[in-house]
Design a protein around this ligand. Sequence first.
Ligand SMILES: NC(=O)c1ccc[n+]([C@@H]2O[C@H](COP(=O)([O-])OP(=O)(O)OC[C@H]3O[C@@H](n4cnc5c(N)ncnc54)[C@H](OP(=O)(O)O)[C@@H]3O)[C@@H](O)[C@H]2O)c1
Length: 284
Amino acid sequence: MSEHTNPEDLVLVVGGTGKSGRRVAERLDAVGLPVRRASRSSAIPFDWEDPSTWAPVLEGATKAYVSYYPDLAFPGATEQIRGFAELAVAAGVRHLVLLSGRGEPEAVASEKVVQDAGADWTVVRCDWFAQNFGEGFLLDPVLAGMLALPAGDVGVPFVDLDDVADIATAALTRPGHAGELYEVTGPRLLTFADAAAELSAASGREIRYLPVTSEQFAEVLTGVGLPPEHAAALNDLFAEILDGRNANLADGVQRALGREPKDFTAYARAAAATGVWAAIGQEG
Ligand SMILES: NC(=O)c1ccc[n+]([C@@H]2O[C@H](COP(=O)([O-])OP(=O)(O)OC[C@H]3O[C@@H](n4cnc5c(N)ncnc54)[C@H](OP(=O)(O)O)[C@@H]3O)[C@@H](O)[C@H]2O)c1
């Protein structure tokens, strides 16, 4: 156990089976801290849509990593974060670490709620996760060999979730991170065409990028079964975060961890080595 962790601490990881939460929980397990993963499928079920499930997962928790689902930019998120943060502090949580999204004005409202909740806070405000291509909503398009996105040729500083989890874990286990807002990006800008080329090189299969309009993207989203309100919210979100406002680098990894962020090429090679993209182009 780290010299800075308290044996009395119980860390709640909201979204503990998700892309970021799983990594945070694994790191906390590794330093020997008691961890409680919370999601709809956890031992004590937790559902953002059902506030009656919030208090049971908070019982005894002293710190919390909070990844919201589906996205802090979606309607209603700020009120849910407010209700959860207030309940958490009343239950004895002394440090809240919030996963947030970069370039999203709606997410800033949730950040403020957490900052004002009455506990120590750390905000990890991230750009686009590299892991979306291998574990997230872009896995199926990658397996089909075609990324159709309303992204034009905008530069994106893809973030490796190992960096995000390292920052969140540092905030939960070491002093010096309370009251810090870490704006997290990768080390360079790539267009989606660049990313597709990197994924192709790493996987040995052809993955193409097709820039589409927001209208075309809406059709793609409803075509894959997303409820219309989610499709609309996602389209609005992408119009915001892919308009060039995030086409710059930030220093959150360097400030929080004192090292450089992981690069997309390393991500692509490591993910390809797991075999996650072995089936590219083999369907049908
Ligand atoms: N993707 C990106 O590029 C990006 C960039 C910046 C910020 N973010 C933020 O990342 C957050 C998502 O985090 P993530 O990517 O680590 O998670 P994720 O991989 O999307 O996983 C979602 C997690 O939430 C749980 N979940 C789903 N629906 C739920 C519900 N109704 N109530 C409670 N839990 C629920 C899931 O587990 P169960 O299925 O067991 O419930 C799972 O643990 C979003 O707030 C988003 O804004 C994403």
